[in-house]
Unconditional design. Structure first.
Ligand SMILES: [Mg+2]
Length: 392
């Protein structure tokens, strides 16, 4: 079997409400859906987040297509080596979502051809469902309490809030409201996206811990690992590395510096599902749990990673999802992905186990074509709002 071509379709799906982090916001998300065609029939699906932009993902896909066409889709390692070494794409991160989407589509072909769900090709089921968090959009405390109660009633157990706003007292009040709304049993995770100095992080997180914090995600710069190690010794809650741990090389450094208690890992930021498994294995060897980061994903990417997380023991913390923000999805049979108790069931059908809803793909491709920058990462107000980091 040989790969004959790659097709890419950018789609833009709106959020119910804006996503807001320490230095930006967006109204929806863009993914590039990848279809990998083969000469013998099976078609593979993949998905890349539009990171850092849809244009870059599309350019990378165009550039690597000649390296992939003619290859056997079963030869995943060889194809990735060819892309990274022959294609000189071994500088990672900004090129990784596109490469990872092609790798994902190869696995989909392999699973379909073998008649096996991906979970069986990545080690078999350690768990039948994979847990995700509930993403709370930053807003006034009373509304946050109500949103948390809504998420808890829907079965979610872990709640995630972006902090690092200009007034830390508001962050502390918001976290207290989440505890009020969710009750004593919910887990609260806060992510400052590197907004704080170490001194600010210690001061603010110690105060927040009165409400009980599950994990403090990347409170300070991810490029200063000794500072993270310093912070880890002084915080009352475990420290989660995110911007410090995009790739396997980054993760190795975090482990070497003893700079985090939990690592976030991401197949899109590190070029594939095999690398997601590798990241988790490296952390497991170091005695650390992992969770999957998300740049915002639709059903193809969500389910592809769900197979690997179901087959890998140390995905023990709730993973990232945009379930609470997305208004719709592009996989057939669902308006939004079917989370039960905050978990996704691992598909039992061959490959990733999803099919695209052609009408929805057409609708959201049109939405992207109409306003390509409408749902992008780039927030023109961000620099005006946050001229200086870190916040002290
Ligand atoms: Mg983060």
């Amino acid at each position: 079997m040989r790969i004959t071509g790659i097709e890419a379709t950018p789609v833009a799906v709106p959020f119910h409400e804006d996503e807001r982090w320490a230095f930006g916001a967006r109204q929806g998300m863009v993914s590039i859906l990848v279809t990998l065609r083969t000469d013998e029939g099976p078609v593979g699906l993949g998905e890349a987040a539009a990171y850092p932009s849809a244009d870059i993902v599309l350019a990378v896909l165009r550039s690597i297509e000649p390296l992939v066409v003619g290859e056997d889709p079963f030869a995943v390692e060889r194809i990735m080596k060819r892309v990274n070494v022959v294609g000189t794409w071994h500088h990672v991160k900004s090129t990784s979502p596109a490469i990872g989407a092609v790798e994902m589509a190869c696995w989909d072909v392999v699973g379909k051809e073998c008649g096996q769900p991906l979970v069986n090709l990545f080690g078999g089921r350690v768990r039948d469902r994979v847990e995700f968090f509930y993403y709370l959009s930053r807003k006034p405390p009373a509304e946050l309490a109500a949103d948390t109660a809504k998420g808890a009633a829907a079965g979610f157990r872990t709640f995630y809030l972006k902090v690092g706003s200009d007034d830390p007292r508001e962050d502390v009040e918001r976290v207290a409201a989440i505890r009020d709304g969710g009750g004593p049993d919910v887990r609260i995770r806060v992510d400052a996206n590197e907004a704080w100095s170490a001194a600010a992080a210690i001061r603010i997180l110690t105060e927040m811990h009165g409400s009980g914090i599950e994990l403090a995600e990347q409170p300070v710069s991810g490029r200063n690992l000794p500072e993270m190690a310093y912070l880890r010794q002084r915080l009352p809650m475990p420290l989660l590395a995110n911007e410090a741990s995009w790739t396997r090389w980054d993760q190795l450094e975090v482990i070497r510096h003893a700079a985090a208690d939990v690592l976030s890992v991401d197949n899109q930021m590190d070029g594939g599902l095999l690398n997601l498994k590798r990241s988790a294995g490296m952390a497991e060897t170091a005695g650390l749990p992992v969770l999957k980061h998300s740049l915002g994903e639709l059903g193809v990417a969500m389910y592809a990673a769900t197979h690997v997380m179901a087959a890998t023991p140390n995905f023990t913390c709730a993973n990232q999802s945009y379930a609470s923000l997305l208004t719709d999805d592009v996989v057939a049979g669902v308006d939004a992905l079917p989370y039960v108790d905050g978990c996704l069931e691992v598909p039992a059908t061959p490959g990733i186990g999803v099919e695209l809803d052609d009408d929805k793909v057409a609708r959201y491709a049109e939405a992207y074509a109409k306003d390509p920058s409408g749902y992008a990462f780039h927030d023109p107000a961000a620099m005006a709002k946050t001229p200086v980091l870190p916040k002290f």
